[in-house]
Design a protein around this ligand. Structure first.
Ligand code: NDP
Length: 244
C-alpha cells in the first residue's frame, strides 16, 4: 500500500534523531510539509534540514524543549508561520533513564515524566487551535508500558499514562482529530548501539520475528495513522514490537 500525505501539514517533536527522524523523513517523502523540533539542535538538526531540503518539501527544523511551555508556544507559532495550520501531530520527544526505584530522586522521576507526559500534553493542547477538522494525533508510547521493566518505573508510568490520555482525548475531540498511540518495542536507535552483543541477542530472542525493530518499522505505522487510510481509527494503541 503506498501512502500519500500530499498537502498534509505535520509537526513532529523529537524528530531530529532516532524514531522521530525516520518519521519526519518518511512523512516528507510521502509529500507532507513538516516542522520538526529537537531539544538541542546541532549536527543532527542540520543534517536533517539538508535531507528535507533535498526531498524538496516545505520544512522547518527548530529547537524546542517540549517541557517548557514558552518554547512550545514558540514551536506552535513556527507551525503557523511555516505551514499555516496542522493536519498531523506526532509526539516522539521523550527521555528515559535507568534508576533503581528505591534510589530514584524526585528530579529523576520528574525529568522522565515531564519529557514523555507533560511535553505531550503541552504540544497537543497547544496545537489544537491550528488543527484542521479530521486531523490525526499520533503519540509515541512504549511497548514496555504494559509489561513493566525494572529500573524504568517512571518511564513506564509516563508511557502508560499516554494510553489513558489518548482514550479520553479521542472521545473529547471526536472527528476534529483522531488520537492513537504507537508503542515501539526495542528499536535500533542510538540507545541500542550501546547494547552488548549478549544484550542485543537477548532482546532479539524475545521477539517473534527474531530481530530488533528499525526506526523505519515505526515510521511506516505512524504514516498509516496519519493518513486517510486510518480515517475510522481513533483511540487505539498498537504495539509495533516484532511480537515480544
Ligand atoms: P532518541 O534518544 O534517539 O531521540 C530522541 C529525540 O527526542 C531527539 O531528537 C531529542 O532531541 C528529542 N528530545 C528528547 N527530549 C526532548 C525534549 N524535552 N524536547 C524536545 N525534544 C526532545 O530517541 P528514540 O528515537 O529512541 O525514541 C523516540 C521515542 O520513542 C521516545 O518517546 C521513546 O520513549 C520512544 N521509544 C523508543 C524505543 C527505542 O527502542 N528506541 C522503544 C520504545 C519507545 P536532542 O537530540 O536535541 O536531545
Amino acid at each position: 500500500m503506498s501512502i500519500s500525505l500530499d498537502g498534509k501539514r505535520v509537526l513532529i517533536t523529537g524528530g531530529t534523531r532516532g524514531i522521530g527522524r525516520a518519521i519526519a523523513l518518511a512523512m516528507a517523502k510521502a509529500g507532507a510539509g513538516v516542522v520538526v523540533c529537537g531539544r538541542t539542535g546541532g549536527a543532527a538538526a542540520e543534517t536533517l534540514a539538508a535531507e528535507l531540503a533535498e526531498i524538496g518539501v516545505k520544512h522547518a527544523v527548530t529547537t524546542a524543549d517540549v517541557t517548557d511551555p514558552e518554547a512550545v508556544t514558540a514551536l506552535i507559532e513556527t507551525c503557523r508561520e511555516q505551514l499555516g495550520g496542522l493536519d498531523v501531530v506526532v509526539t516522539s520527544a521523550g527521555s528515559i533513564s535507568h534508576v533503581p526505584y528505591a534510589k530514584m530522586d524526585f528530579e529523576q522521576w520528574r525529568a522522565v515524566m515531564s519529557s514523555n507526559l507533560d511535553g505531550t500534553h503541552l504540544v497537543v493542547q497547544g496545537s489544537l487551535p491550528l488543527l484542521a477538522e479530521g486531523s490525526s494525533i499520533v503519540l509515541i508510547g512504549s511497548a514496555v508500558a504494559s509489561k513493566g521493566l525494572p529500573l524504568r518505573a517512571h518511564y513506564t508510568a509516563a508511557k502508560s499514562a499516554l494510553v489513558g490520555y489518548s482514550r479520553s482525548l479521542a472521545k473529547e475531540l471526536g472527528g476534529k482529530a483522531r488520537v492513537n498511540v504507537v508503542e515501539p518495542g526495542v528499536i535500533d536507535t542510538d540507545q541500542a548501539a550501546g547494547l552488548t552483543p549478549e544484550q542485543r541477542a537477548r532482546y532479539e530472542g524475545m521477539t517473534a520475528l527474531g530481530r530488533l525493530g528499525t526506526p523505519g518499522d515505526i515510521a511506516d505505522v505512524v504514516l498509516f495513522y496519519a493518513s486517510d487510510h486510518a480515517r475510522y481509527v481513533t483511540g487505539t494503541t498498537l504495539k509495533v514490537d516484532g511480537g515480544m
